[in-house]
Write a protein that binds this ligand. Structure first.
Ligand code: NAP
Length: 364
């Protein structure tokens, strides 16, 4: 049982990120003092929305310049904190060297933040943003999973530096976190494992999360001929933020939590957008045949391999979210609400205007 005082500052690493933004908002609404650790506090494009949130809500925010790979750089930001939310980690398919660009910041960054927690006597709890990527790589992993459903007891055993290195980075980072937790008794560790996060960004123009790449592709015409019907889980970013908050402040919280609203697919995400946006935007309406996707996918997008398509297209995805409901009291928003709010936020931010999709032909 770990009781966290709401009167002590709370650290959020990667505070300007897509997921972290909604967590910071919740903390400010609750009147907390947020220590926002970011790479560049002077970059207004990345942090001005957080300043605005602090003005609108009861809590206060202080910014700290940090880097996952800069040892000791979280010392000042962590001072006086009982609770640390470690969300920062690269989530992108835009990398050249998977070790340098994904695994090192994820794993060495986790060591850096958690070692600092051990050196900071006030810290009682760390909440780590892991991922369902630390549980599985491909839908076909379900074939080797007991009961054919992903649970908190399962660890990803199929990702590597050469295959789905983001999933590998999240797996290694979470394993590192549990190792560090076992080496000391000062703080406990609670882990949130979200599936693919969707929903409105607080700062659509400056967010680099891969979630947006997917969302943008659903609306900018790049998939207008159809989508590979890949099974996946989806959760609303606002629900993920709430799960983090509750993981921090629920004394009994422990272990991993699959944080997933819907066992769904890429096609269903597109179809959820059709009623509200299908007339104006070239949103895909159908699934592409697997043979076509497998043939052309890797040529059109170098980050997608034939192995990935073979293991995921036309395959269902299934995870058990019952622990998050029971232990953290989670309920999940309807998929359509998540997708519509997300898409509307991208329209409002003007990201589609750059591609002039409004007048493009809908061929699907
Ligand atoms: P995001 O918006 O790109 O946020 C990533 C954050 O990590 C940013 O604040 C980024 O800072 C920071 N970061 C990256 N490299 C860093 C470094 N070397 N030093 C310091 N900070 C660094 O992506 P997100 O989707 O919100 O992801 C947040 C967390 O959720 C990640 O741990 C991700 O693995 C996890 N997650 C995301 C999803 C999803 O679907 N979005 C699903 C499951 C888990 P800069 O802005 O300076 O780059």
């Amino acid at each position: 049982m770990t009781r966290i005082s709401k009167n002590k500052p709370v650290l959020v690493t990667g505070a300007n990120g897509y997921v972290a933004g909604w967590l910071v908002k919740k903390l400010l609404e609750e009147g907390c003092t947020v220590h926002a650790a970011v790479r560049d506090p002077e970059n207004q494009e990345k942090v001005s929305h957080l300043h605005e949130l602090a003005e609108e809500h009861a809590g206060t925010i202080h910014f700290f310049k940090t880097d996952l790979l800069d040892e000791g750089s979280y010392a000042e930001a962590m001072q006086g904190c009982e609770l640390v939310f470690h969300t920062a980690s690269p989530f992108t398919s835009d990398y050249t060297d998977p070790q340098r660009d994904l695994v090192d910041p994820a794993v060495l960054g986790t060591e850096n933040v958690l070692d600092q927690a051990t050196r900071t006597p006030t810290v009682k709890r760390v909440v780590l943003t892991s991922s369902c990527a630390a549980i599985y790589t491909d839908c076909t992993d379900l074939d080797i999973t007991p009961g054919n459903i992903f649970t908190e007891g399962i660890w990803n055993s199929t990702a590597s530096l050469d295959y789905q290195p983001y999933s590998y980075s999240k797996t290694m980072a979470e394993k590192t976190a549990w190792e560090r937790q076992e080496q000391q008794e000062q703080w406990d560790l609670v882990v949130i494992n979200p599936c693919l996060v969707m929903g409105p960004p607080l700062n659509p123009r400056a967010t680099t999360s891969e979630s947006f790449t997917i969302l943008k592709q659903l609306g900018d015409g790049s998939m207008k001929g159809g989508v590979p019907d890949i099974g996946l889980g989806v959760v609303d970013v606002r629900d993920v933020a709430l799960a983090h908050y509750r993981a921090g402040f629920t004394p009994e919280a422990e272990g991993r939590h699959i944080t997933c609203g819907h066992n769904t697919s890429l096609l269903e995400l597109a179809l959820a957008l059709q009623p509200a946006f299908g007339k104006e935007y070239p949103i895909p309406r159908r699934a592409l045949p697997k043979w076509l996707v497998t043939l052309l996918g890797p040529i059109m997008d170098k980050t997608i391999s034939r192995r990935f398509l073979k293991n995921n297209v036309n395959r269902r995805w299934r995870a058990d979210n019952s622990k998050s409901k029971e232990a953290l009291g989670m309920t999940y928003r309807p998929l359509r609400e998540t997708m519509e709010d997300a898409f509307q936020a991208l329209i409002d931010s003007g990201v589609f205007e750059e591609k002039e999709v409004a007048n493009s032909t809908i061929s699907a």
